[in-house]
Design a protein around this ligand. Structure first.
Ligand code: NDP
Length: 250
């Protein structure tokens, strides 16, 4: 059984998830790289392991309850604990769509992938997280999906519309607050963080014309400023929504 801290990251075959795995492996974590496509996961994990890190691919579509149960059992059996869970996997496929034009199937799909999946995965992995000396859960949120920004007419983000994604990420923030309250007694911290606009497939694809404001950060810079929320320090906060190191409005 490893003495390294064990981390599980969802949706990590590309984008921010993959970079989170790379940086955690470089810091000596034993990393479980989640990917819904087994082959893409295997390739990403092999690349990270080739650079000298401990990284293993784990097949997980976050909407698949049977896979979630299997992974929880595997983590328990293999490690007896889980130190870090990063709920990173997400979809964004309704940019610029007004609420009145929202397709029900798209709404349900966003809620499933971006909210129900991470919620059920966190619940399933709560037993091994509780067994860690310093369990850490990080949910990838977004300032576009902040109830504060959505209800503030002066918010600079007020015209960024993607209703299904926004509602799902606001719900994910609710999950953060709920799990943080329940797991606090066992030393498990639960936070949401917005990485900023980052140059990934999501940061680039089908974006409206925001001019120079589009995706200015590299995945590497974005992840570097997130990882403090996974530190095993007693001072690591819980039940917060963070962006670029600052606490921001839910
Ligand atoms: P990408 O679109 O680049 O990557 C998304 C990842 O999620 C992919 O690995 C994808 O897998 C995976 N995924 C999608 N659906 C599922 C599913 N059902 N089960 C498992 N995995 C799935 O996104 P980013 O890396 O840019 O974003 C990562 C996180 O950061 C997201 O939560 C996003 O909302 C958040 N974020 C990103 C911002 C940005 O500017 N990029 C800004 C604010 C927040 P596959 O390859 O199989 O499709």
């Amino acid at each position: 059984m490893t003495t390294a801290r064990v981390a599980f990251v969802t949706g990590a075959n590309r984008g921010l998830g993959r970079e989170i795995c790379r940086q955690l492996a470089a810091r000596g974590y034993e990393v479980l790289l989640g990917s819904r496509d087994p082959e893409r996961g295997r390739v990403a994990a092999a690349d990270i392991a080739a650079a000298g890190g401990a990284c293993h691919a784990v097949t997980l579509d976050v909407t698949d309850a049977a896979q979630i149960a299997e992974i929880a059992a595997d983590v328990d059996q293999r490690y007896g604990r889980l130190d870090v869970l990063v709920n990173n996997a997400a979809i964004l496929n309704d940019l610029g769509v007004d609420p009145t034009a929202t397709d029900e199937a798209v709404l349900r799909q966003n809620l499933d992938v971006n909210f129900v999946g991470p919620f059920m995965l966190t619940a399933a992995l709560a037993p091994p997280l509780r067994r860690s000396d310093a369990g850490r859960v990080l949910n990838l949120g977004t300032q576009v999906g902040s109830f504060g920004n959505l209800t503030d007419p002066d918010s600079p983000l007020i015209d960024d519309i993607c209703p299904a994604y926004q509602a799902s990420k606001i719900a994910l923030n609710a999950a953060t607050a709920l799990f943080a309250k329940e797991l606090r007694a066992d030393g498990v911290t639960v936070n949401s963080a917005c990485p900023g606009w980052v140059m990934t497939d999501m940061g680039h694809d089908d974006l409206p014309d925001y001019g120079d404001a589009v995706a200015p950060m590299s995945p590497s810079d974005a992840v570097e400023q997130l990882l403090w929320l996974l530190d095993d320090e007693a001072t690591t906060p819980t039940r917060g929504f963070w962006s670029l190191g600052e606490q921001v409005s839910w």
